[in-house]
Ligand binder design. Structure first.
Ligand code: 6PG
Length: 471
């Protein structure tokens, strides 16, 4: 029996995606470097086993797939992808299609796409979001590479993708690294969304002295309103979970040092390289970095003493926190879409911002009630900033007060809120037509004769630094 598609790499995501593909009625050949993993996967596939062809060698794997072949790579990002492409290359025909569906660095995807183009091969780089459950039951899929490659496989991808009111969350984003770039920004936003929730959790725990279950109740309530999202939902579930060993809230026994595989960091790096403001995402990455400096933080507390974190509970404080998250989220997404737009220009992708918002409406980690509205707002041509779209401008107007009050209270009580602060600073900067960079320009010209523009006439000017009296 020849399979319609092949999947290589049976880690958590690979296994889930293969089962999803089989579940949608497609025969699939699978291969994993370790043969036992392949055998075990097929043995545990239950009813779906009849659609799955487990293969022991790369040769038999390639031979098991119908021509022109489509092969999905689900191997760890980086060198393993290059090694696998090199191993497959001699076995493939020119019309075969390779898809890297891991969390690749889009620069690697661009390089691989260029190599494939030179060799006359078809290569797609595809972002897949939704974790294991998403991969198994409906991920959000962000494709990049030659359109003809996408068109060849899009019916399978649309079948396995999450659906938002019946519309599949699988879209071609553009050439070469476009799909992986969109996934990277998704993850940067994911970091920021998570960090802002964690900051608000910190205010409830340390500022208001709330227990984990009370905090869970608040998240559950927020999940019924405009903040409705996967991340708020799971934050409520995480806060409500009891540790079976100590019988305390699990959150209270989890070490406060966050891991990271690197995609959020890539978003921040790329934003800095492109000169695209993404301060909320950068703050979230920085906060993860700082979280792992546990010993240093203990040392700091020993020197300075703990902050006087307790906030006098006042009526409406939880509403303020909800508003803070709403405004912070809009500010962050405005930055995220701004970054996508900057990259689109730099790399010549023509990224469809409204379609990106649509593909994030279901299946992915940042899915939320707000994304459908964002898709509508971003579809209007000429929009320069998501916050300026009427429906989001009114939300910012209505909620930035809560963000401001939250950041102010947190600052006064020594509760660190780096991502919320950055979101507020971005908003305040974006509503200030006369900023303070005139001082920077004065300083730059003073020490380096870099020149400045004047408000009252055109051209490049210098200050009379040498002739002005010095104190
Ligand atoms: C997703 C997730 C997924 C994963 C990342 C982030 O969209 O399904 O973003 O890709 O959670 O690997 O992990 P880190 O937090 O370790 O960077």
């Amino acid at each position: 029996m020849s399979s319609e598609i092949g999947l290589l790499g049976l880690g958590t995501m690979g296994r889930a995606l293969a089962l999803n593909i089989a579940d949608k009625g497609h025969d699939i050949a699978v291969f994993n470097r370790t043969t036992e993993v392949t055998g075990k996967f097929a043995a545990e596939a239950g009813d779906l086993a009849e659609r799955i062809t487990p293969c022991d060698t790369l040769e038999s794997f390639v031979a098991a797939i119908r021509s022109p072949r489509t092969i999905i790579l689900m191997v760890p990002a980086g060198k393993p992808v290059d090694e696998m492409i090199a191993a497959l290359r001699p076995l493939l025909a020119p019309e075969d299609l390779l898809i890297d569906a891991g969390n690749a660095d889009f620069h690697d995807t661009r390089r691989r796409a260029a190599e494939a183009r030179d060799k006359g091969e078809l290569f797609l780089g595809m972002g897949v979001s939704g974790g294991e459950d998403g991969a198994r039951h409906g991920p959000s899929i962000m494709g990049g590479g030659p359109r003809e490659g996408w068109d060849r496989v899009s019916s399978v991808l649309e079948a396995i993708a999450a659906k938002y009111e019946g519309t599949p969350c699988a879209t071609w984003m553009g050439e070469d690294g476009a799909g992986h770039f969109v996934k990277t920004v998704h993850n940067g936003i994911e970091y920021a969304d998570m960090q802002m929730i964690a900051e608000v959790y910190g205010i409830m725990r340390d500022g208001l002295g709330m227990e984990a279950t009370e905090i869970a109740d608040v998240f559950d309530r927020w999940n019924e309103g405009p903040l409705r999202s996967f991340l708020i939902e799971i934050s409520g579930k995480v806060a409500r979970t009891i540790d079976p060993e100590t019988h305390q809230p699990l959150l209270d026994v989890i070490l406060d040092a966050a891991g990271q595989k690197g995609t959020g960091r890539w978003t921040a790096i790329e934003a800095l390289m492109l000169g695209a403001p993404a301060s909320t995402i950068e703050a979230a990455v920085g906060a993860r970095n700082l979280s792992s400096r546990l010993q240093d933080r203990k040392g700091g507390e020993a020197i300075f003493g703990p902050a006087p974190t307790r906030i006098e509970p006042a009526e409406g404080v939880l509403d303020e926190l909800e508003q803070a998250l709403l405004a912070g989220k809009i500010s962050c997404y405005a930055q995220g879409f701004g970054l996508l737009s900057a990259a689109s220009q730099e790399y010549g992708w023509d990224l469809p911002l409204d379609a990106i918002a649509r593909v994030w409406r279901a299946g992915c980690i940042i899915r939320s009630a707000m994304l459908d509205d964002m898709a509508h707002a971003l579809a209007v041509s000429g929009l320069t900033n998501l916050m300026f779209a009427p429906s989001f401008a009114s939300r910012m107007t209505g909620n930035h007060g809560g963000l401001r009050a939250t950041v102010a209270k947190a600052a006064l009580h020594g509760l660190p809120v780096p991502a919320l602060s950055a979101a507020l600073a971005y908003f305040d900067t974006m509503r200030t037509s006369r900023g303070t960079a005139n001082m920077l320009q004065g300083q730059r010209d003073y020490f380096g004769l870099h020149g400045f523009e004047r408000l009252d006439r055109s051209g490049t000017h210098h200050g009379p630094w040498a002739t002005n009296p010095q104190p």
